[in-house]
Ligand binder design. Structure first.
Ligand code: FO1
Length: 309
């Protein structure tokens, strides 16, 4: 049976979930809608970290230990940059750099992020459709005790140390969903929200007018995979961020955050279930390739249960 799945995602966690889906469904049936709130211009280049994590993971090129960039990368550019006194807080590998140069050229000539992402995916032999959430600029910024910081300044340069008070998605209110985004949601038989950071990676997608409404009006079950495992978020600043924003770190908070949007939550075996929401459990930590397929399968099984009523 053909089953079309749309996935809303940030970087690593979502890329693993999508690679799990690609093991059990035809790639052509998977559309990935990716956060671009982390995108920024650096050294004159347009960098799109979450889109690139998807491209590298789905083409088998990702650096698994690092969680970003390419495996087997060389760093001659960074060495030369450092020698010349250039800004080196954000590391661009030599192979990775090719992507940023070509994308920046494409954008400078009036092209859109969607088009160049499709070209890269084709070049890398990726069968899924990867759609940036928008072709319009949206910048995730954090109001912190050190002032307003753009996402990469907070995440990479300041290593998530500043205390976060508020998160804003500059430009989201006037951004349009990229071509194909709302249609992919409307046409899907199941919609998944990846175990990405709800506040930093999924909220920018939901902040774009039209995307939340498309989820609400879709007849397909919407399933979120919880980023909480053992009362903590698996990766990145989620736990710290939730505490700073005075949000209890548990599945009830994740369910409350997505209230009105999701029909079910996939949670880890060891965690408490929120009340009033369909839940399925599995071991949600995705260490191996088999883990990825198992988590994807469980998310689809929960969607099937809900669709059957
Ligand atoms: N993350 C780091 O922690 N340090 C880096 O120097 C770094 C460079 C980098 C270059 C290209 C790219 O696509 C991603 C990169 N990341 C780096 C990861 C990125 O900042 C974050 O993982 C995402 O934005 C969060 O999803």
């Amino acid at each position: 049976m053909s089953r079309r799945v749309a996935v809303l995602t940030g970087g690593v966690g979502g890329a693993k979930l999508v690679s799990g889906l690609a093991q059990i469904l035809p790639s052509a049936d998977i559309v990935v809608i990716v956060n671009t709130g982390d995108d920024f211009r650096h050294l004159g280049l347009y960098v799109s970290p979450d889109v690139d994590t998807l491209l590298y993971t789905l083409s088998g090129k990702a650096n698994r230990t690092q969680g970003w960039g390419r495996e087997g990368e060389s760093w001659a550019f960074m060495a030369a940059l450092r020698e010349l006194g250039g800004e080196d807080w954000f590391a661009l590998g030599d192979g990775d750099l090719a992507l940023h140069v070509l994308r920046s050229m494409h954008l400078a000539r009036g092209g859109a992020l969607t088009g160049i992402t499709r070209d890269f995916a084709t070049r890398f032999g990726i069968g899924c459709t990867i759609l940036p959430m928008s072709d319009d600029p949206v910048a995730t910024c954090l109001e912190t005790d050190e002032g307003m910081l753009e996402f990469q300044r907070y995440f990479v340069e300041r290593r998530c140390v500043p205390e976060v008070r508020r998160i804003v998605f500059r430009g989201a209110d006037v951004a349009k969903p990229a071509p194909g985004v709302t249609a992919a949601i409307a046409d899907a038989d199941a919609i998944l929200i990846a175990p990405s950071n709800p506040y930093l990676s999924v909220d920018p997608i939901l902040a774009i007018p039209g995307i939340g409404d498309a989820l609400i009006s879709s007849s397909a079950p919407v399933i979120a995979v919880s980023p909480i495992i053992g009362g903590k978020a698996v990766k990145g600043p989620t736990t710290k961020l939730m505490r700073e924003m005075e949000i209890v770190v548990d599945n009830a908070s994740i369910a409350a955050h997505y209230a009105g949007l999701i029909d079910g939550l996939l949670i880890d075996d060891g965690d408490d279930a929120p009340e009033g929401l369909a839940v399925m459990r599995t071991a949600t930590l995705m260490r191996s390739v088999d883990d990825r397929a198992r988590v994807a399968q469980a998310a689809l099984a929960l969607a099937d249960d809900i669709a059957r009523g």
